[in-house]
Design a protein around this ligand. Structure first.
Ligand code: C2E
Ligand code: SIN
Ligand code: SIN
Ligand code: FE
Ligand code: FE
Length: 384
């Protein structure tokens, strides 16, 4: 009986023939394996799913454990769609690890109508298949919508075929997901490290965060690309990491440092540089440069190397402006915060001496933007 039905179906519908299925899967997997961009990989796999089960639409969803959401990219373009973890068929499929086959979505309470309402689309039949990473954890799901053959609903066979694709999808997405996670982890690590450096020197509250935001802003004002400006922002919290190795007796000294003490203090630039210098990663290499060069001065009187002018990396010159602007406006164990008028007077007086003249001008011309950041991320106890 089953056989008869299958023969009939194969006549009427344009289902993929069994012998073609593996070929199609391998062809797409080859494409995915050559793609480094996670979002583009999702699109390729969605395409594959659509073809395999003759669906009108297919999407590939990933589970983001840290944010407890599931997300995909919209079929045309790179717009990201994010929904709560347990929402809709996809959410259920990911939460339970079970395949879902539905004939009419609107008769099913698990259906999340929001996307239909937003897009004017009419979902009818649905097939959801979860896929796993190599540990067996569910990391995402295929969702095919509206079977296009005369049958109009997804069959067990569709589910087997898409299941086969899901086995490969899980494995091929795993490395792209890991790469993305590594990059996110690096960023978090740097921020945490920066905060540790900050708390050891008891620098108030949000110093590293503000320096990162000022640096990004100044980079953008200087016409630096978004990509490089992001790199600078993410690495700049590391500028003072070398202070973790400076003895408390110096770091926390309430008064002015002696010449000898300041010589030791200057080592924080070299220590920071040594922490990161051997890394091959862009982000950590950037951190090395910033740690090394943020106390160099335009006129060559800075430390540790007395570099001059454009011999100082642009990231170092930018961080110098950002760091001093923030340090002057903050209480330190050794000094009180300066008033904004004093700070601005000092910054313009140091234009072309301490600081790159062009960067100083950009800073002064856009002072309002910097002050807005300062106010938005002010330390709770600034006025105490
Ligand atoms: P920091 O407190 O983060 O200050 C960073 C930079 O901001 C300083 O680099 C300096 O260029 C500028 N700055 C901060 N406060 C003042 C100030 O009151 N007057 C002027 N003209 N500039 C200021 P610098 O001087 O190379 O110092 C590097 C680090 O050494 C400082 O980082 C701080 O941790 C420490 N430090 C410097 N001077 C003293 C001090 O007299 N006593 C103590 N305990 N630490 C100091
Ligand atoms: C659902 O599974 O219903 C949510 C996602 C979607 O509608 O495509
Ligand atoms: C459609 O809405 O496109 C038809 C319904 C179906 O094929 O399940
Ligand atoms: Fe420093
Ligand atoms: Fe600093």
């Amino acid at each position: 009986m089953n056989n008869q039905r299958e023969i009939l179906n194969n006549k009427v519908h344009k289902d993929l023939q069994s012998d073609r299925i593996l070929g199609v899967i391998f062809e797409y997997m080859a494409k995915v394996s050559m793609e480094n961009d996670l979002e583009k990989s999702l699109m390729i796999l969605a395409d594959l799913g659509k073809k395999l089960v003759v669906a009108d639409r297919c999407s590939v969803w990933l589970y983001d454990t840290s944010k407890q959401t599931i997300w995909t990219v919209a079929a045309h373009g790179i717009e990201k769609v994010i929904i709560p973890q347990e929402s809709g068929f996809v959410g259920h499929s990911i939460a339970t690890g079970k395949i879902i086959i539905v004939e009419d979505a609107y008769l099913d309470e698990r259906f999340n109508q929001e996307i239909d309402i937003e897009t004017g689309y009419r979902t009818c039949s649905v097939l959801c298949i979860p896929f796993h990473n190599s540990n067996g954890t569910v990391i995402g799901a295929f969702q095919a919508i509206n079977e296009m053959t005369a049958q109009g609903t997804f069959s067990e066979k569709d589910s087997e075929i898409l299941g086969l694709a899901a086995t490969y999808a899980g494995k091929s997405l795993e490395s792209a997901i890991l790469l993305k996670e590594i990059i996110e982890t690096q960023k978090e690590m740097l921020e945490t490290l920066g905060e540790i450096g900050e708390s050891r020197s008891q620098e108030t509250g949000n110093h590293v965060k503000r320096v990162a935001l000022y640096s990004y802003l100044l980079a953008k004002l200087a016409g630096i690309s978004e990509e490089k400006a992001n790199l600078l922002r993410d690495a700049s919290p590391m500028h003072d990491i070398g202070k973790v190795a400076i003895p408390d007796s110096i770091l926390l000294k309430p008064g002015k440092l002696t010449v000898e003490e300041f010589e030791i203090m200057k080592q924080h630039t070299i220590i920071g540089y040594n922490i990161f210098k051997n890394s091959q990663r862009d982000l950590l290499r950037t951190a090395a440069i910033i740690a090394y060069e943020h106390h160099e001065k335009w006129d060559g009187t800075g430390y540790p190397n007395g570099l001059k002018g454009e011999a100082i990396h642009i990231f170092g010159r930018i961080t110098a402006v950002a760091d001093v602007f923030d340090a002057l406006g903050s209480d330190r164990v050794y000094k009180k915060a300066w008033k904004i008028e004093q700070i601005v007077a000092y910054m313009s007086e140091q234009q072309g001496k301490f600081f790159d003249p062009i960067l100083t001008q950009l800073f002064l011309n856009n002072l309002k933007l910097f002050i807005a950041i300062r106010d938005q991320h002010s330390d709770v106890d600034r006025r105490n």
